[in-house]
Design a protein around this ligand. Structure first.
Ligand code: SF4
Length: 214
């Protein structure tokens, strides 16, 4: 096991014992995240749902199956990406995470990013997007690449939101295709790839902002 893998495993153990906010008192199991410690791509969702809370794994059940379909459309396999959420315990009845819960849980995500050091972070849903780009609207920036602090960020809607909305489902599949194109472009040998800012038409409101937690 590499140092990073051991560190990540130890961190996941700490997350399982976390009591920093009240969510641990109502959730069944913590869902720290899963995937290789050397993943190039990290997916960050919102919070565990019913099935995730039962199993202690991120994105299982219907949303998980759709996520795997999206990964396939992007040319990725589930086992090669790291998948986590901004909040590691399930909020009751899947309500939105509260500001104090998001703040309490953020240091765990920061540590995961530090250890894994992914080149690409895919945000799933508005809470994840807001963690990295406060004030950004998902309806405006989904499907776009932004570069910040030496990483590429790609915003997508949350897969669970699309389960009963065919239009959103199509949007997500199209965005996953764009993500795949971008990843393939970035996989080219140095010198052949586009600069980060030009990829996929990042919009005017994409000016780099400092991550408050880095
Ligand atoms: S949601 Fe996050 S901060 Fe709150 S108890 Fe769970 S791991 Fe800790």
């Amino acid at each position: 096991m590499t140092n990073a893998a051991a560190e990540l495993e130890s961190l996941e153990g700490e997350i399982r014992l976390c009591t920093r906010c009240d969510l641990h008192t109502v959730a069944n199991k913590a869902v720290p995240g899963e995937g290789p410690a050397d993943a190039e791509v990290m997916l960050v969702g919102e919070a565990p749902g019913f099935n995730e809370d039962k199993q202690g794994r991120p994105f299982v059940g219907a949303a998980g199956r759709f996520l795997e379909e999206l990964l396939g459309a992007a040319g990725l396999k589930r086992e090669e990406v790291y998948i986590t959420n901004v909040v590691k315990h399930r909020p009751p009845n899947n309500r939105d995470p509260l500001p104090n819960e998001l703040a309490a849980c953020l240091p765990w995500l920061e540590r995961q990013i530090e250890i894994i050091n992914p080149r690409f972070i895919v945000t799933l849903g508005r809470f994840s997007l807001g963690t990295f780009f406060p004030g950004s609207m998902i309806s405006k920036v989904h499907g776009e690449v932004r570069e910040k602090d030496g990483r590429f960020f790609f915003a997508m809607y949350h897969p669970a939101a699309a389960l009963h909305q065919e239009k959103l489902r199509q949007t997500l599949l199209e965005d996953a295709g764009k993500l795949g194109e971008f990843l393939r472009e970035k996989a080219k040998p140095t010198g052949q790839a586009d600069k980060p800012e030009t990829a996929n038409g990042a919009g005017e409101d994409d000016s780099p902002e400092q991550l408050s937690f880095f």
